[in-house]
Design a protein. Structure first.
Lengths: 77, 134
């Protein structure tokens, strides 16, 4: 998109779960969770991902559950 | 009704038939405790995200459980799983409350059919639909 040359333009962040109307965040949905664990496998903070507080909480829970079952890693080294 | 999901990871060296018998055993225990099995998924062999007991793969089994009354055999089942060293990991999750909350939020926005939520243009330009398959 041809944006105006604004130096401090930031794209507006939207909560993915609000936008896609995902209300139940399933720990089994590895593909979805993977979007919120970057390279080092840490949980992506809200200030980066733009996820709203109401969705970050269950997301965090789901990621931790998935980690326990070895669906996603705790860390990558 | 309370619903639960019970997922466990079995040592990949255990033969498939034995996984089935093992699963059946747990299912019998759950059924004996007055709950019913509402669904079952066998994910089969799957790579683990990190090694557990020096194993890199595991066989995943998932049970959906519904329970009417207060008591279930789940604590007993968990106890047995903990002692079974063929079971690498297990996790029981109670799902009814979260699913109910999700269901309550759904009709508020997309009344009726959840099949076609798209309505023309979205005000925000940066809402790229990432993936559609579950």
């Amino acid at each position: 998109m041809a944006r105006a040359r604004k130096v401090f333009f930031r794209r507006r962040k939207v909560c993915k779960f609000c936008a896609d109307k995902i209300d139940y965040i399933d720990y089994k949905d590895v593909k979805l969770l993977q979007q919120f664990i970057p390279e080092r496998s840490k949980i992506l903070p809200r200030r980066i991902s733009g996820t709203c507080a109401n969705h970050q909480r269950p997301l965090q829970q789901a990621i931790k559950r998935a980690r326990h079952l070895a669906l996603i890693p705790f860390t990558t080294d | 009704m309370r619903t639960y999901e019970l997922m466990f990871v079995v040592d990949p060296r255990v033969a498939d038939e034995d996984v089935v018998t093992m699963t059946q055993e747990y299912k019998n225990m759950i059924a004996g405790g007055g709950s019913q099995i509402t669904g079952e998924e066998n994910w089969g062999r799957r790579k683990l995200a990190y090694p557990i007991n020096k194993l890199n793969e595991g066989k995943y089994v998932l049970l959906y459980i519904g329970s009417e009354g207060g008591k279930t055999a789940l604590p007993e089942v968990e106890h047995r799983m903990r002692q079974n060293d063929k079971i690498l990991r297990y996790l029981t999750v109670r799902t009814d409350e979260d699913l109910k909350r999700a269901a309550r939020r759904q009709p508020a926005s997309g009344a009726g059919s959840p099949a076609a939520p798209d309505t023309g243009e979205a005000p925000a330009p940066e809402t790229a639909p990432q993936e559609e398959e579950a």
